[in-house]
Design a protein around this ligand. Structure first.
Ligand SMILES: Nc1ncnc2c1ncn2[C@@H]1O[C@H](COP(=O)(O)OP(=O)(O)OP(=O)(O)O)[C@@H](O)[C@H]1O
Length: 646
C-alpha cells in the first residue's frame, strides 16, 4: 500500500516522519497482519511454544529486528485471544517506531497501552528485563494487570512496582520479564542500589557490582537497566525532569531548629511587604531588606535561638516567606493525618515520600501547625535525564511530544516521530469564555453544566487544584446537582470514579489526576449525544497539560467536545505582579454576568507562552549545572550519583 493511498489520519499538530521510514513501517505492518492469519489456527500451546522458540533465537544472537515481524504477530494474536483487541495497523507502526528508539507521538486515546506490549515483548525476549514507565502507581498497576495476560499467554511474566512495596517484593517484580512502574520508583530503586554498592569511580561500576554480588551483602533490587519504554514521555522526560530524585540522609531535628521553624513562621506576620522583604512570585523566592533584617534582629526570640547564627535565622525567615506566599494548602500540598504531603502540579497526585528541600518542607509544617519532621540532607541523587541514560535502549510515547519536540531532541538526542491516527479525530472545541472574576466564571460553569446535563452528556470538569475542585463541588451541591470529585484526596476511589465518568449526565470534577492515561469509556447512548464534554476551568502553565485534559474526549474516533472557561483571578495569572492584574481588572469591560470579550483569550495564551519559556530556561540551566557537576566528579574520579556513602 503506498503512502498516498492509505487512509491514515494526521492531527494538525503532528509532523510527519520521513516518508521512507513511514513506508517501511507500513510495509512491515502489512507483513505482520499477514502472519497473523497463519497464527489463527494455532492452539494456545503451540502459540506459547512458538514464543519460546523466539526467545531461544533472540538469546542465541539472532538480531531482534529480524524477529520483529514474527514477535509482533504473536503479540497481536495473543491480545486478540486474551483481550479481544487486535492491534490496528497504525499501532503496529507505532510499535515498530518504539523498537527503533526515540519518541513516538500517538494521539491521546489511540491505544498506547496496547501498543507498548509489542516492543516490550520483543525486547523482553532477551531475558534482561524490560521496564515500562508510567506516570503514576495507578496506571502501573492498571496497565500491568490489563496487559499481563497478553504476555502470560506467550510464556512471559509481568509485574509492577508501586510505592508501598517492600524491597523483597520489588526484587521479585524486577526479576520478571516485564516490569511496570513509575520513573520515580525505578529511579529511587536505582539510587538505593547504588548506595548498597557504595561509591565507585567512573568506569568501575561493573566491577563494583560484581564485588557486591560476591560479598554476601544485601542483594541489589534491580537486575540492570536494559530497556525502558516510557509512556507519557514528555511528562517524564520534561516535566518530572525539573526535580532531581534525591535520597535523603535523615538529619534529626534538634530543639533549636524546631523552635526556629516555628518562630520564623510567626515572625513573617510582623514584616511589611516591600519595606521589610520582597517576594518574587515568578521565582518563588524572597529576600529580606535592610529594614527587615533589622526588625528580625530586634524581635524577641526564644532563648533556644541564641545558639543559632543570625545568617541562618535570616535564611529561615526568607524560607518561611516563600512557604507563606508561594505554597498554598490544597493547591501545592494537602495535610493528611497531620502530615504535609506534596501534590504534583502536573498530575494532581500526592507525592508520597517526597519532601521539599532546604527547610522549606519544615517551614510549611510550621505554617500548618503540624509536627515538624526531620530535615533531609543528600545521600544520593540523580536527575531523571541521567537515570534514563543508564538504559541500553530507550523509547517513549506520548500524545503531546510534538509540542516539546525541539527540547526532547536537544536534551535526549532522540527523534520524535508522529504516528497517524486510526480514525479521524472529530473532537470539537467551542470558543473560550473569559470572565472578570473567579465567582462569575464559576457561575457560568455551573450554568453550562446544567445545560449539558439536560442533554444527558457526561461532563468532565478540569480544575487546577484540590481547593478549586472542592469550591466548584460546593457550588454544585448548593444547586443539588449530583457530581463526583476526583482529586488527590480521593485517589483510592479513582478507578470507580473513572468507570462512572462516561455515564449519561454524569458530572465529574477533577484535578489533573484525570489527565494523562485516564481512559473514560462512553456508556449507553452517550456517543449519539456528542460524547464526553470537557470543561477546562483554567489554563495550565503548560499547553501540553491542557491538551492532555482535552484528550480525554473524542478518543478512538468517538465524538467529543471541549471549552475553556477563564477568569482574571486564575492561577495562571498569579505569576504576574499584583498591580498589573489590578490594572487589567479595572480596565476590563465586562457584561452584566461578568463576561469579557473573546479577545481576552490572547492575554492568557501569552502568559502561558511566557511561563513555558521561563520553565524551559530553568530546565536548561538545571541540565547545564548537572552536566558540569558530573564532569567535575568524573575529573576527580568520584561517583557522580553518591554524595555520601558508608
Ligand atoms: N486495537 C484496539 N482495538 C480495540 N480497542 C482498542 C484498541 N487499542 C486501544 N483500544 C481502546 O482504546 C482506548 C484508549 O486506549 P489507551 O487508554 O491505551 O489510549 P492512550 O493512547 O494511552 O491514551 P492517553 O494518551 O490518553 O493515555 C481504550 O479503551 C482501549 O481499550
Amino acid at each position: 500500500m503506498s503512502i498516498a493511498s492509505h487512509s491514515y489520519h494526521w492531527m494538525k499538530t503532528g509532523f510527519r516522519p520521513a516518508k521512507s521510514r513511514l513506508s517501511r513501517w507500513n510495509a512491515t505492518s502489512g507483513q505482520i497482519m499477514k502472519r497473523c492469519e497463519s497464527l489463527k489456527k494455532m492452539t494456545d500451546d503451540k502459540l506459547e511454544r512458538y514464543s519460546l522458540e523466539l526467545r531461544w533465537r533472540a538469546k542465541s544472537g539472532e538480531p531482534l529486528r529480524k524477529i520483529l515481524p514474527e514477535a509482533y504477530a504473536l503479540v497481536r494474536e495473543s491480545a486478540w485471544r486474551t483481550l479481544k483487541m487486535e492491534h490496528f495497523p497504525v499501532q503496529l507502526m507505532g510499535g515498530i517506531a518504539l523498537f527503533e528508539g526515540g519518541i513516538a507521538e500517538m494521539q491521546t486515546g489511540e491505544g498506547k497501552t496496547l501498543t507498548a506490549v509489542l516492543p516490550a515483548y520483543l525486547r523482553a525476549l532477551m531475558g534482561k528485563g524490560c521496564h515500562v514507565i508510567t506516570v503514576n502507581d495507578y496506571l502501573a498497576k492498571r496497565d500491568s494487570e490489563i496487559m499481563g495476560p497478553v504476555f502470560n499467554k506467550l510464556g512471559l511474566s509481568v509485574g509492577c512496582i508501586t510505592s508501598d512495596m517492600e524491597d523483597e517484593d520489588r526484587r521479585i517484580a524486577y526479576g520478571l520479564d516485564v516490569t511496570y512502574g513509575t520513573a520515580n520508583e525505578m529511579g529511587f530503586d536505582f539510587l538505593r542500589d547504588r548506595i548498597r554498592i557504595g561509591a565507585s569511580a567512573p568506569g568501575q561500576l561493573e566491577q563494583a557490582i560484581t564485588n557486591h554480588k560476591n560479598s554476601g551483602k544485601e542483594p541489589l533490587v534491580q537486575r540492570g537497566n536494559y530497556f525502558a519504554l516510557i509512556d507519557e514521555a514528555d511528562s517524564v522526560l520534561i516535566d518530572e525532569a525539573r526535580t532531581p530524585l534525591i535520597i535523603g540522609l535523615i538529619q534529626p531535628n534538634d530543639a533549636a531548629s524546631v523552635n526556629l521553624f516555628r518562630w520564623s513562621n510567626r515572625a513573617t506576620h510582623q514584616l511589611e511587604s516591600e519595606e521589610d522583604y520582597v517576594y518574587e512570585p515568578k521565582k518563588r523566592s524572597s529576600y529580606l531588606t535592610d529594614s527587615g533584617c533589622r526588625k528580625i534582629l530586634l524581635m524577641a526570640k526564644p532563648s533556644l535561638l541564641d545558639s543559632i547564627d543570625t545568617e541562618r535565622i535570616y535564611k529561615q525567615v526568607e524560607q518561611s516567606l516563600v512557604a507563606r506566599f508561594g505554597f498554598l494548602k490544597d493547591r501545592d500540598y494537602v495535610v493528611v493525618d497531620d502530615e504535609v504531603v506534596i501534590v504534583d502540579e502536573s498530575t494532581g497526585r500526592m507525592m508520597d515520600g517526597r519532601k521539599w528541600q532546604d527547610g522549606l518542607h519544615q517551614s510549611i509544617e510550621a505554617q500548618e501547625h503540624v509536627p515538624i519532621t526531620a530535615a533531609t540532607g543528600q545521600a544520593a541523587r540523580i536527575t531523571v535525564q541521567s537515570f534514563f541514560q543508564n538504559y541500553a535502549h530507550l523509547a517513549g510515547m506520548t500524545g503531546t511530544a510534538a509540542m516539546a519536540e525541539k527540547e526532547i531532541r536537544k536534551t535526549y538526542k532522540v527523534s520524535v516521530t508522529s504516528i497517524p491516527t486510526h480514525r479521524p479525530c472529530i473532537r470539537e472545541g467551542s470558543k473560550a469564555r473569559v470572565f472578570k472574576t473567579m465567582q462569575a466564571k464559576r457561575m457560568a460553569v455551573v450554568e453550562e453544566i446544567e445545560r449539558l446535563r439536560l442533554k444527558r452528556c457526561p461532563i468532565l470538569v478540569g480544575t487546577p487544584s484540590v481547593e478549586a475542585s472542592e469550591a466548584l463541588g460546593d457550588l454544585l451541591a448548593m444547586k443539588a446537582i449530583p457530581h463526583q470529585i476526583l482529586n488527590a484526596k480521593y485517589h483510592e476511589q479513582e478507578a470507580e470514579i473513572v468507570r462512572k465518568a462516561g455515564e449519561p449526565a454524569r458530572v465529574t470534577i477533577a484535578t489533573n489526576m484525570a489527565g494523562r492515561g485516564t481512559d473514560i469509556l462512553l456508556k449507553d447512548d452517550v456517543r449519539e449525544n456528542g460524547g464526553l464534554h470537557v470543561i477546562a476551568t483554567e489554563m495550565h502553565t503548560s499547553a501540553r497539560i491542557d491538551r492532555q485534559l482535552i484528550g480525554r474526549s473524542a478518543r478512538q474516533g468517538d465524538p467529543g467536545h471541549y471549552q475553556f472557561f477563564l477568569s482574571l483571578e486564575d492561577e495562571l495569572l498569579r505569576c504576574l505582579e499584583m498591580s498589573q492584574i489590578e490594572k487589567l481588572a479595572k480596565s476590563a469591560k465586562a457584561d452584566k454576568n461578568g463576561e469579557l470579550p473573546a479577545g481576552w483569550l490572547s492575554f492568557f495564551k501569552n502568559t502561558q507562552d511566557f511561563l513555558e519559556k521561563l520553565h524551559r530556561k530553568q530546565r536548561r540551566d538545571m541540565l547545564k549545572q548537572e552536566k558540569n557537576r558530573i564532569e567535575m566528579f568524573h575529573k576527580m574520579g568520584l561517583d557522580p550519583y553518591l554524595e555520601w556513602t558508608e
